[in-house]
Ligand binder design. Structure first.
Ligand code: CA2
Length: 149
């Protein structure tokens, strides 16, 4: 089994399915993590899904991914729009980095149009709800070499 795909979720995403279902849907993060695991399994891969409300914890996990992951999927949530430190950590990775968002930040408030994390991302998937995560995992598996055509 290759190294897992790390799937990191940022602040407040632990509230998915509980608050603001009109914007973020009714699925919980546990539901989405299960979908990621199922999608990765199609390609003979595993995911390691983690969520934190703390910037430093997310940065520690990004650093851990340098050795322990074959690719990284990250929904940085609000930190994507603010965190140069998270960007700096992501730029140290040699593995594929896929940024994902449930909503489409480009279609929302002006302050969401800048996402620092995108500067370190191999690609971005936005606007498909929990399916954004699944598509990001599939892209990560492909870039990590698990999908052969
Ligand atoms: O669309 C996304 O996935 C976002 O990363 C979500 C972030 C937002 O700041 C980004 O611009 C786009 C917000 C996550 C907040 O999650 C909540 C979940 C349930 C209830 C309240 C907030």
């Amino acid at each position: 089994m290759p190294k897992p795909i790390f799937v990191l979720s940022g602040p407040n995403l632990n509230l998915l399915g509980v608050r603001e279902p009109d914007i973020y849907g009714r699925e919980t993060l546990a539901d989405i993590d299960a979908r990621c695991a199922a999608r990765a399994a199609l390609f003979g891969m595993a995911v390691d899904c983690r969520q934190s409300n703390h910037e430093g914890q997310l940065i520690d996990w990004v650093q851990e991914a340098r050795e322990a992951a074959s690719a990284l999927v990250i929904n940085p949530a609000g930190y994507g729009h603010t965190s140069v430190a998270l960007l700096d950590a992501l730029k140290t990775l040699a593995i594929p980095v896929i940024e994902c968002h449930l909503s489409n930040p480009a279609a929302r408030e002006a302050f969401r149009k800048t996402t620092y994390v995108s500067l370190a991302a191999t690609g971005v998937v936005s606007g498909f709800g929990g399916t954004s995560y699944e598509l990001a995992v599939e892209a990560a598996a492909g870039l990590a070499g698990a999908i052969r055509s």
